[in-house]
Design a protein around this ligand. Structure first.
Ligand code: PEP
Ligand code: MG
Length: 913
């Protein structure tokens, strides 16, 4: 830890720059950087993230050197701005804002207008020649400081904020609609009422000493790093608690001095769909938080600012261009126009939807602004964001019907693309409760505006709908980042939290009623409007759109071409006959796992016969009935995969999955039917079912253990695979190299036993059919013992595939079916950071995998190794698989584009390491 805790910026020079992001946080580093490239930024200073760490390590106290350093930077700030903090003639006012390494929009606290008291407010009024402005600034200060520093929060979720309630009454009393219509006198009264409220609620006087105010604000901003919503946010986005936030203290500039002033937030390009240029929201004669809080619905920069403030628009446009050229990325900026001059308060790389991420990245490469490697990086396109391109939209015919039926009830601002339908829910806590009862519940969270407290509910809901706010409001930003469908500023909605109803156009919609929202257009419908797949899906799968009809598909295709050039890791699909076509459309380079048991589900009578057989002869007869079905399934699978490698796994699950007490109970006729088929009694059937029952089936008679005890099953499956291969070979001598995979192997001897049966069948089928074909036999590595003895298993096995579902289950001793009850608690309490069944536990399971790879390749140096557990579609796990040298990952078809991108990102990261 260095001893420099405070970094000054202003007057054309800055102590820091963008490279000090870890120390100064994103906001602080970029304020310094903007000064360094000669942009207009009000002076101030950044207190480093190290102070935050110190603060929490030392019982919420500051390092002793901090005070003197703050005072020194304060002097420089005063000089740069030509004003003095606490001065009764020319007072400097300050803002105090958080700024972590990664942006956490709205999660932490901000205090504006610090330094106001009865004396300085008078000076401010005189200086600005505007009494109403000065008193309005003071009342805003009390409101923010009271809430943030003095912690005056409403007790119940449906209660109004203390200050908002007083303000509301004042406006009613004055007969006005907006805050800006209150007179100086009314605002002065408001200040008195606010102070009285502070005294009543906290028992303390509102502080008048500017220095005390400033230190209070600094403490509160550091304190907000550990508030509940910031912690939830960090957990969701994997931001370590240990990073801490920086605090930025900066001179205030005012967007609310009159009609030549404004405040706004903007994006240098559209971040919703990725097209278009400079855009954003602004409010004339307003202070910054008014735009983001969604209290007044702002105007659009690109629509009205060029006419209303041509000079300011020109400055902004130039600043935007300079920033994009400098940062080589779309910027999300905050600015204030004070008496016609633009001041920059923040710039950061803009958050964007998956749609915009793809489009912007591709367009910027085509413009020559960035390289393909940069475009493909995880920072530009988080691999999971590709999901959004695969998001549903409303079925156009159904939507037309809904419009014709008059069910469209309102239109708002389209802030998060996609279409969603769900039941109306007003509070995040209710959404959580409903979700806990039914994880499949579909909800639309409806709010007047959202605040960070709503985060948990937003995560659960299918869509978010707000009555106030613009495209840069909290609801819009957070939804976009989460990839949620979102509409904001839907001002026709009259939302009544108390009665839990929405009134709109003479209709009343109750909590729990269905509504549907179109995040592309901003339309709101009552009732359920069926959704349908995205354009990418339409081009790729349903072929109802031509590539040239979809701009987003064209960008997707271009991107995926670059992705495939960059990656070395292959991507296969976990697919059976029915999903193979989808998998190929998404770019699967083979099948990494065909679970044969899934194919059995359409031939239950035959498989049940096999299970019920009590001797080998009866069992062989039953098994033979399954042969033609399996052969046909495999033939069709091979045909669709057209020469790509296909790994077929022999039967894996315990037999009771096909026949158990539960089945007999659910289907009262089943026992009799099976007794007839088997020529036996109901009691005999029940007895056999009882015999099959296991207390711990996941660790019981499953996997290769079945094939070892019942070799006729393995023989039949191997024969079906090879006969299918022959059938394909005979069709124009088509290419096919089947890969037969043996599950749940722990001992080399288990492998040998099963492989021998497979080889025997291969030989027999080739001879019978007079066809020669190549094939491989390999194994899953999904038991720790297999990973630890991989050198022995590789003596015989020709390929490995990590079954990380079972490997996680058996390494952690956590049942993959029963962990839901505690995993949430574990994650919330930082016992383990991620769900290990979604993302590989790299230090535990991952270590076994590394060992498996090195032992396996020690024996057979060209051993082909893949993964086919669910982790094969998780970006972090895919990157890990690349690092440990796997040849391919295999995942469910819809995750293939994500896995391809993650594989490219891994290769690029390695190249640049
Ligand atoms: C695995 O265990 O990771 C695997 C792919 O097999 P299954 O999920 O079928 O047990
Ligand atoms: Mg398994």
């Amino acid at each position: 830890m260095s001893n420099k805790y405070v970094y000054f910026f202003g007057d054309g020079k800055a102590d820091g720059d963008a490279s000090l992001r870890n120390l100064l946080g994103g906001k602080g580093a970029n304020l310094a950087e903007m000064i360094n490239i000669d942009l207009p930024v009000p002076a101030g200073f950044t207190i480093t993230t190290e102070v935050c760490t110190y603060y929490y390590d030392n019982d919420r106290t500051f390092p002793p050197e901090l005070k003197a350093q703050v005072e020194e930077s304060m002097k420089k700030t005063e000089e740069a701005m030509g004003a003095k903090f606490g001065c009764t003639e020319n007072p400097l006012l300050l803002s105090c804002r958080s700024g972590a390494r990664e942006s956490m929009p709205g999660m932490m606290d901000t205090v504006l207008n610090i330094g106001l008291n009865e004396d300085t407010v008078a000076a401010l009024a005189k200086q600005a020649n505007n009494e109403a402005f000065a008193w309005d600034s003071y009342r805003r200060f009390i409101q923010m400081y009271g809430g943030v520093v003095m912690e005056m929060k409403p007790q119940k979720k449906e209660d109004e904020d203390y200050f908002e309630e007083i303000l509301h009454h004042k406006k009613q009393e004055a007969g006005v609609k907006f805050d800006s219509e209150l007179t100086a006198k009314q605002l002065e009264e408001l200040v008195g009422e606010y102070k009285a409220c502070v005294k009543k609620v906290t028992g303390k006087d509102f502080p008048t000493d500017p220095m005390e105010q400033m230190w209070g604000a600094i403490g509160a901003v550091f304190g907000s790093w550990m508030n509940d919503r910031a912690m939830v946010y960090r957990r969701q986005y994997g931001i370590p608690h240990a990073w801490g936030t920086a605090t930025n203290v900066q001179a205030m500039v005012f967007g609310n001095l009159g009609d030549d002033c404004a405040t706004g937030v903007g994006l240098t390009r559209d971040c919703s769909m990725g097209g278009g240029g400079f855009n954003g929201d602004y409010l004339i004669n307003a202070q910054g938080e008014d735009v983001v809080a969604g209290i007044r619905t702002p105007k659009r920069i690109e629509v009205t600012l060029p006419e209303e403030m041509p000079e300011a628009f020109k400055q902004l446009d130039e600043i935007g261009k300079k920033l994009e050229q400098h940062y080589k990325d779309v910027q999300d900026i905050e600015f204030t126009v004070q008496r016609g001059k633009v001041w920059m308060l923040q710039t950061r790389n803009a958050k964007r939807t998956g749609f915009a991420a793809v489009r912007l990245a591709v367009d910027m490469v085509n413009e020559g602004l960035i390289t393909k490697d940069v475009a493909l990086s995880a920072k530009r396109i988080p691999a999971d964001d590709l999901n959004q391109l695969l998001q549903p939209i409303f079925d156009p015919a159904e939507k037309t019907k809904a419009v014709e039926n008059g069910t469209q009830i309102a239109t708002g601002i389209n802030a998060g693309p996609g279409a969603a339908t769900g039941k109306v829910c007003f509070h995040a806590a209710d959404a959580e409760a409903l979700h806990e009862k039914d994880p499949n519940v579909q909800l639309i969270l409806v709010r007047r505006e959202t605040s960070p407290e709503d985060l948990r509910g937003m995560r659960i809901a299918q869509g978010i709908l707000t009555a106030f706010g613009g495209a840069s409001s909290h609801a819009a930003l957070v939804s976009r980042q989460m990839g949620k469908v979102c509409i904001v500023g839907c001002s026709d909605l009259d939302i009544d939290y108390h009665d839990a109803v929405i009134k709109v156009g003479g209709k009343t919609i109750k909590e729990g009623d269905w509504i549907s929202i179109d995040g592309f257009t901003g339309e709101v419908f009552e009732g359920q409007v069926p959704t349908k797949p995205s354009e990418v899906i339409e081009v790729l799968l349903s072929k109802t759109l031509k590539p040239e009809e979809s701009e987003i598909y064209q960008r997707y295709e271009q991107l995926m071409t670059w992705v495939d050039e960059a990656r070395t890791l292959k991507v296969r699909a976990n697919a059976e006959r029915d999903e193979a076509e989808i998998a190929v459309a998404f770019g699967a380079e083979g099948v990494g796992l065909c679970r044969t048991e899934h194919m059995f589900f359409s031939h239950l009578d035959e498989i049940r016969e096999m299970i019920l057989a009590e001797d080998k002869e009866t069992r062989t007869k039953a098994v033979e009935k399954l042969l033609p079905f399996q052969r046909e399934d495999f033939t069709e699978l091979f045909r669709t995969m057209a020469g790509r490698p296909v790994t077929i796994r022999l039967l894996d699950p315990p037999l009771h999955e096909f026949l158990s007490e539960h089945h007999l109970h659910e289907q009262p006729d089943l026992g009799h039917k099976l007794a007839d088929i088997m020529g036996t009694s109901l009691e005999a059937i029940e007895r056999r079912v009882e015999e099959l029952k296991e207390s711990n089936p996941m660790l019981g008679h499953r996997g290769c253990r079945l094939g070892i005890v019942y070799p006729e099953i393995t023989a039949m499956q191997a024969r079906a695979i090879f006969e299918a291969a022959c059938a394909i070979k005979k069709e124009d001598n088509a290419e096919i190299i089947p890969e037969v995979m043996i599950p749940l192997v722990g001992f080399e001897t288990e492998y040998k036993n099963q492989a021998a049966i497979v080889h025997e069948q291969a030989k027999a089928v080739m001879k019978e059919q007079g066809v020669e074909f190549e094939y491989l036999v390999g194994t899953m590595i999904e038991i720790p013992r297999a990973a630890l003895t991989a050198d022995q298993i590789a003596n015989e096995a020709e390929f490995f595939s990590f079954g990380t579902n079972d490997l996680t289950q058996t390494t952690l001793g956590i049942s993959r079916d029963d962990y839901g009850g505690f995993i949430g608690y574990y994650q919330e309490n930082d016992i383990i950071p991620n769900d290990p069944f979604q993302t590989i536990d790299q230090t535990g399971v991952g270590r076994l995998m590394e060992q498996g790879v090195s032992l396996g390749r020690g024996t057979r140096n060209d051993l082909k190794i893949g993964i086919c557990g669910e982790h094969g579609g998780d970006p972090a796990s895919v990157m890990f698989c690349h690092r440990i040298g796997l040849n391919y990952v295999s995942c469910s078809p819809f995750r293939i584009p994500i896995a391809r991108l993650a594989a490219a990102q891994a290769a690029i990261a390695e190249k640049n390491a």
